[in-house]
Structure formats: structure tokens, C-alpha cells
Design a protein around this ligand. Sequence first.
Ligand code: ADP
Ligand code: MG
Length: 418
Amino acid sequence: MIAFYQDKIKKAPDRVSLKAILIQAHKHFFNDYDASSPQVYFAPGRVNLIGEHTDYNGGHVFPCALPIGTYAAISLRDDDKLSVMSLNNDEGITSRSMTDIIEDKTERASNWASYVHGLVWALSQHGIDLKSGADILIYGDIPAGSGLSSSASLEVLIAYSLLDLELDYFNSSKKSREEILTMIAQISQYSENKYNGMNCGIMDQFASAFGSENQAIYLDTNSLAYSYVPFDLGDYALLVTNTNKKHKLIGSAYNDRRASCEEALKDLTSIKPELDALCSLTSKDFEEISSYIKNPEARIRAKHAVYENERTKQAVSLLKAGNLPEFGRLMYESHESLSHDYEVSCDELDAIVNIARTIPGVLGCRMTGGGFGGCTVAIIANDSIEEYKSAVEQAYTDKFGYAPSFYILKAGRGPYRL
Ligand code: ADP
Ligand code: MG
């Protein structure tokens, strides 16, 4: 039956129809034809335009939320059972007691339902206890594990929808909407860090929570100060290419990179005790004191973080001044640094960026997200899109034996109830 609903969803012409299908599927799988209609929520994925691996180094990032993301059809229950299922896999319904999750008695397995359990647990760790259970049906239209942050969109979705549906939190709490969204981003990150064991920074969750149509988000991850920057590209498009690479070992490598940056910061505080984060340094400061970082590998990782942070600030100024070509050039520079200094790229990502460089209509292209696979993001002239697609498709398929996929995307809105 999952295939039946997946097929129906793929043919849905708009979100209104999609909502109706998700309600129908929810009633079907949870057998709750008597219950009042479940509510449907959405939270977006994100693509990072520039500022990669800076968000756990107190640096700047520049992502935008996407029109693709994760949906949930949810109804509350009278008991404390939390039942979840996803239309993106065939695992069926997983049920746990809310009390067991909150008291941390539920096994933290590396299955997808742990992302939902983690959020319930993380909310309670922050003093927000959800009393009643829920039946939750999930569907995502982000290719999972592709670096477009399906995980953050799932986390933000669960936090947002449970706070809204169960606690009417946006009306009942004294916090402003902005404060609640910040809290949702922080609790979602906490959940992924502490429950799922992935030491990600705040960017993904913040971008999902604060998404805004046709605007990118310029975020200082040290202070969480942010501003929106218009991101409507006119004759150009935002083009994402998915490598479709199957196996990538991101979790441990990501945590290794983070540990190297922490090591570098620790060494630098011997000469600069007041230094709170690598990205508080300018590149000039860094060059003066980088020799205090003992381990050459930690030094080169730190170099990326510092220069990438500077590039991000510069890129945003250029975009605001309407200088898209220079913005694009910095995207290429970012990729070089990620590939050579931070070493989180891979042959597949490098191949796409190298082909992009040969097409004059591409202003810039870089890997986006954690790396080792996933997607590239490019800014490309509308009339070069076909040339790019056929060049990349052919060369990539010849080299790796399978095809990439392409998505033309726009900056999209944050979480909401449909
Ligand atoms: P990314 O965030 O880049 O997409 P991650 O590896 O961080 O990749 O997160 C992907 C994981 O999130 C999936 O393996 C799955 O456990 C979970 N997930 C995300 N979206 C869904 C969904 N719609 N249904 C089930 N699980 C999902
Ligand atoms: Mg993720």
C-alpha cells in the first residue's frame, strides 16, 4: 500500500491535493476513520549557498530553505503511545511509550524513528513535556542523505507540529514566534547531537526553521544574529545536482573534522586565551598564529574554517551589491578549500564541479552540505541549463556508471500547518 500512496503523491498537482492524500494515508495506516482529520504540517530542507563547515566553528553561513522538505499528518492520542511511520520506507509503524522516551528507556537505535523519539526526548530535556501520544505519518520529498538536510527538516517538523498541536505553543507561551523558532532550531540540533550522535552545527535546523520565500539567510552561528538577503536570481537559476552516490561515511568523518577544529582552537588559546571560536579570527590573524597549531592536519582544517568564514561574509556583500559573477567565483573557491584543505569532497562531487567550470553560463559551483557525496549547488544562466545537464549527465555517467539528478530550486518558506 505504501507504493500506492507514493504513486498518488507523485501525481499530486499541488500541496492541497498532497494534504488530502496524506490525510487519507494516515486514516488508512492508523485505522482511525472515526477520528477527526489529522493535521498536516511541513518543514523545509535547505541548501547551503556558501559557508560550509563553519557553523560549529562560530562562523557565518548562508543557506536558504527549499520548497522540498518533509510533511507530517498527525493526530493526538488519548494514551501515551507515540506511533510513527514513514511513506519513504517500508518499515511500517513503530510504537513507543512517551514516558519511556522521556525517561530515556527507549533504545537509541540508528533507525529513522530515533529522529522522532529524539525530539520528544530533547523537548523534555528543555522542560517541555508532551503528555499525550500521537499517530504520525511522515512523507519527505527530499532525496534522503543527499546533503539537503532531510534530517533537520524532519526534526524541525516534529518539534514545530507537536508544540503547535499538543500545546498550542505559538499562542500559549509568552515567547515571540522568532524566539520559538530559535528554540526549535536549538532543540532540534540538540536532539541530533545528543540522541542521534551526529555533532552537526546549528545551520541546517536554523535554515529550516527560518525559511522565507525568495530569501536566503545570513546567519552568524556564534551569536545567532541573522538577516534575510533577497535571493531572486532573475536570468539565473539555483541548480542542485545530486551525485546519487550510495555509500558515504559522513557521520564519523564529520565528527573527526569537528574534533580537529577543537584541537586547533585549543592550541591557539595558548597564545590567545580570549579566543572563543576559530571563526573569530581573520585570515590575517590566523596566518600570524597558525604555527601554534601543532598537528598539521588540524592546522589545515582550521585554515579552511577561517578562510571560508571570510569568504562567506564577502560573498554576501557581493550578492547585496548585485555582483553575482563574483559571488559565483567565491563558490568555486569554497569548493577548492573543501576539497583540498578540509578534504570532505569526493571524486563524484569534484567531477561535477570540474565540468561546471567548462560551461561559461555557470557562475559558480560547489559541494553543499557535509560532503563525501550528496549534492553540488550552482548558479547558472537560465539558457545554459540544458547544456549543463547534458554535459554533466554524459560525462558523469560515463565515469561512474550511474546518472546524477538535477533540481532547479528556489528559496522557500519555513515550517507551517497546511
Ligand atoms: P540529510 O540530512 O543530508 O538528508 P542525514 O543522513 O543527516 O542526511 O539524514 C537522513 C536520515 O534522516 C535518513 O537516513 C532517515 O533516518 C531520516 N529521515 C529523513 N527524512 C525521512 C523520511 N521522510 N522518512 C524517514 N526517515 C527520514
Ligand atoms: Mg542531516
